[in-house]
Design a protein around this ligand. Structure first.
Ligand code: NDP
Length: 244
């Protein structure tokens, strides 16, 4: 079904992004993904995909650098010949009160999470096929922020949710759907599911565990697939009951 389709994923070398790359490639898509600096991890993901018979390529592109991102998208289209699905996953989180974070840390979150999302989608649009899919990775913190120190990160992810609603209207006539996946606490390199940090997080959830990146990837794959053609403009929360 997805055999001829091409996806672009930002921030695909680790964590949720890597799980999305593996899943979409496993579903038969050809996948190009960006990373910030960790080339070894990016090439490891490419090798893992290839070992399972899939096709992926990695491109270095800082999401905050719109010209470099546009260049990566051009290279992806040159390599794979088309673009059907865009997943804007690259993001950074800095915890701390607004007056405790350095101004540069706040600006970096805005640059990567907000400006990066806008400019990635803007650069991808001329290549994206009619009937295509855009999926952003927001955060449950845009809906609910029960602990201190997440205000500025929550602001950036709320901006993503607003962008998605508006874009769904703008791109609907082309049959392009635009949706936002809002994960709750999810395991990644800095938070193993069994770690004390992950265990501490479970006090905010209905389920007694944090999420797995593969669970977020499964929702993204659904939104990227043919059965989700009537879902657009939605922010879908996948959080183990964090917002329950
Ligand atoms: P990780 O920190 O585990 O991985 C981040 C990935 O994005 C890496 O591949 C990294 O590349 C890449 N990346 C980081 N900054 C940039 C950048 N400026 N330009 C391009 N690529 C970049 O993140 P997670 O998997 O935890 O998070 C992925 C997304 O999910 C983010 O948007 C995050 O805000 C969101 N999220 C995560 C939650 C969680 O609990 N994990 C909860 C809610 C939302 P490299 O390897 O080169 O550094």
């Amino acid at each position: 079904m997805n055999g001829s389709k091409v996806a672009l994923v930002t921030g695909g070398s680790r964590g949720i992004g890597a799980a999305i790359v593996r899943r979409l490639a496993g579903d038969g898509m050809r996948v190009a993904f960006t990373y910030a600096s960790n080339r070894d991890r990016a090439e490891q993901v490419v090798s893992e995909v290839a070992a399972r018979g899939g096709r992926a390529l990695c491109l270095q592109a800082d999401a905050a650098d719109s010209a470099t991102v546009a260049g990566a998208i051009e290279r992806s289209v040159e390599a794979w010949g088309r673009l059907d699905v865009v997943v804007v996953n690259a993001g950074v989180a800095r915890a701390g009160a607004i007056d405790a974070l350095a101004p540069e840390e706040i600006d970096r979150m805005i640059d990567v999470n907000v400006r990066g999302t806008v400019h990635t989608i803007r650069a991808a649009l001329p290549h994206l096929r009619d009937g295509g899919r855009i999926v952003t990775i927001g955060s449950v913190n845009a809906e609910r922020t029960p602990f201190a120190g997440a205000a500025t990160y929550a602001m950036t992810k709320a901006a993503v949710a607003g962008l998605v609603r508006g874009l769904a209207r703008d791109l609907g006539p082309r049959g392009i759907t635009v949706n936002n996946v809002q994960p709750g606490p999810t395991a990644n390199d800095s938070m193993n599911a069994d770690s004390p940090a992950a265990q501490a997080m479970t006090r905010w959830l209905a389920l007694p565990r944090i999420g797995a990146p593969e669970e977020i990837a499964a929702l993204v794959a659904h939104l990227a697939g043919p059965e989700a053609a009537f879902i657009t403009g939605a922010s879908l929360t996948i959080d183990g009951g964090f917002t329950a």
